[in-house]
Design a protein around this ligand. Sequence first.
Ligand SMILES: C[S@@+](CC[C@H](N)C(=O)[O-])C[C@H]1O[C@@H](n2cnc3c(N)ncnc32)[C@H](O)[C@@H]1O
Length: 321
Amino acid sequence: MAECRARATSTLQRVRITAPSRNIVIMEYISRLRPLSSGSIPSDFHEVIRFASSGSSKRWTTRQRRDPYSREATLRNLKSRAAFKLLEIDHNHHIFQRGQTVVDLGFAPGSWTQVAVDRTGGNGRILGIDILPCIPPKGASTIQGNFLHVETQREVKAFLAEDSLGRPVDRDALGAAGEEVGYIDLERQSELSASSHQGVDDIKPSANASAGARVVDVVLSDMMANTSGNSFRDHALSMDLCNSALAFALDTLKRGGHFICKFYSGAEDVDLERRLRKAFEVVKREKPRASRSQSREQYFVSKTLKEGVTKQDLYGDLYDH
Ligand SMILES: C[S@@+](CC[C@H](N)C(=O)[O-])C[C@H]1O[C@@H](n2cnc3c(N)ncnc32)[C@H](O)[C@@H]1O
């Protein structure tokens, strides 16, 4: 069954890559005309954090209203309060630089993606993946699919291997300077180009796509399904997601690249930490202040991929696809 479905909304362009097994459709946000101004992402976010309380109100809505991170996220046009976790991690560990390629696993609703777009200076290459359908934040491309499925990961690698995909788009190439290009124009343009030359609908993955091109500077994973209340089950699922994300990162990160992943603490997180230490120069556990104190979530911040480490070194043939 196709996991990645075609979706189109205004200012989105449909891009088809011919994957080995089937056609997939990826949403590429073509309108990089108005990247987030740096003023949209709080540089004074620690001021917000200072006012945070761990206050436990009974009702979620009341909690949201009282939560300074939620209020601040709304004011700053951020998709969710989760942005403040990544902002704190970046503040402490200096993850992002201008022009980087960033893969954001479990991106929806998109606040980490917004931070990545902003922190890479509006000219980075940002790709989000989520099992849920979600409109890409401005300046990012997204793929909908279950990241635990081999096919989804192949599609992500095929996208990354095509250097032209997900890059900032030249406004003048799309329409007259200063003019907003609408969805219908983009659709029409896409139809026209498909008939006249090799357009985005005909791009074949490069030969190195399935081998995993090492073009990524940062892999983020905030993936987690809704918690079930069964802490053993939640921990086990979280470990599956983290290990899958790490195996992917080892295939796609450049040497010196960084990997940040959320995990639900439990008996097996020491095994994950051991693997991370084999692969990265620096590994830290973080509990950002925006992470609710009653939640078992924590983050591994792993910096500087060591030379020559492969997923086979850490997992044998477990993720051999
Ligand atoms: C906590 S949310 C991420 C929030 C996001 N970082 C943000 O800032 O908006 C976790 C996301 O992981 C996604 N997710 C969970 N399991 C997944 C899977 N197997 N494949 C892809 N996405 C998954 C969920 O759909 C959800 O959107």
